[in-house]
Design a protein. Sequence first.
Length: 218
Amino acid sequence: MEDEIDMAISISKFLGNRNWQVSIARGIYDTIQLIENEAFDICLLDLLLDDGHGEELLKHLNTKKIPVIVLTVIEDVGQKVKCLKSGADDYITKPFNPEELIARIEAVLRRYKNFENEDILIYKGIYIDLFNMSAKINDVYIQIPRKQLMLLIKLVEHAEKVVTYNTLLSYAWGSYEDACMESLRTHMHKLRKLLRAYNYDILSYPGIGYMLKYINEP
């Protein structure tokens, strides 16, 4: 969330070169629209935005459980303390070293991962409660057959990585059996159809397995 377009593009290119997918918002309204329609791992938040003060967004971002790093020219200690108390996870003043930004992002995400309930799996808006065997996307519970839920668990555990047929069959059926392959394909087809309605896709790698991935296109 950065209203200086040159700065926004510079940060976006740097993070993109590190394999991050980046969306840019230039104001409060744009930001709210983005986080209501897409899932994000972290937010880099400028305070002096075109249509208001970035601090106004902290509560909204916290309700979405999106970690926040403030990036600002404001060096005032009082402002820093206020932002941290309001829910910001870190506070970096401009100008900053891009490598330090990457290190700060990774540190914040590590903390979030360590604080997560071990019975909860999360991937870009997908939440799976392993204790209650339930799933929700963007805070809405989804109706899903147990076999497909078990497949989804493995896909979320290894999101954006290929999960082998062996791993999926062993977890959902108890063993790797050729007789289960057709059933695996059937359940995966139904699961893919369900997830595509929420901007997720299950990519097929013939002879190997499947991969869960979030897609930006509506």
